[in-house]
Design a protein around this ligand. Sequence first.
Ligand code: URA
Length: 303
Amino acid sequence: MKDGVVDRRARFLEVLGIRTEWVPKAGVGTVLAGGSGEGAEVAQRDQLPELPELPERSGLSGLSALSEVQAVALDREPAFEAGPAEVRPSAVAPAREPVPEVVHALLPQRAADIAAMDWDALEANVAGCTACGLCETRTQTVFGVGDRAAEWMLVGEAPGQNEDLQGEPFVGQAGKLLDNMLGALNLARGRNVFIANVLKCRPPENRDPAPNEVEQCEPYLRRQIALVRPKVIVVLGRFAAQSLLRTTTPIGKLRGTVHEYEGIPVVVTYHPAYLLRTLTDKARAWEDLCLAREVHDRAGAQA
Ligand code: URA
């Protein structure tokens, strides 16, 4: 392997916190196919796909926390977090009462009203929203956080327990990984990035969002995207990707190509909570972020 490629891989492994995971550790063998020990480590590294160039960044400082997150993830199951169906195959929305026709009939007006709101009105409207049953179980709404003039927008699924308590998206363990992924792109929460979810309220027990909940909440995300007007949207996880892109295509097929939402390029990647558990897909996530960086930079060149 060429030196440059080795360096890039080493940096990439460090950035995504994988480096520590190649160190043989009790219990890790089941995660890393191919055995343990140094020979296995080399073999695993060699099996990684060719990596795209790392974007230029000022350094890898601030990423050390990621290794801790990963170490925790290996040693014990991380606290259960919201959203990604990738990590909770049995968590489906329960059968529920049919939504009254009148609720559907009011949707276009609701969407039109929300589409006309400015940031203050939108935030106040979300905070007081009672359009679906989630208002009965939430602690608070989770509007979204970050730079309202950001060039990057990240979209997750729905608040989990931590987010419901703190009122901010991605504040649990998955959030730490997300922050480190952003750091690897020389971005940070609040600096040229806005983070939001498809749903603004936590589904109880972190179950899958129900279709009518998505339907009621979608105008909020749509308006947030319209107000931010990012150069690129990175969608985190199957659920958010399928909701935003209105498709049932599996995430594996949605990754790797650039989609579009209201004229804005969209790149799909895995949900950070899923990545905490699925070491092998981190290399793919890194490729997705590099694609997003490329799309962003290209959009900048055209502006
Ligand atoms: N998972 C999500 O999709 N969103 C959050 O805000 C937290 C966890």
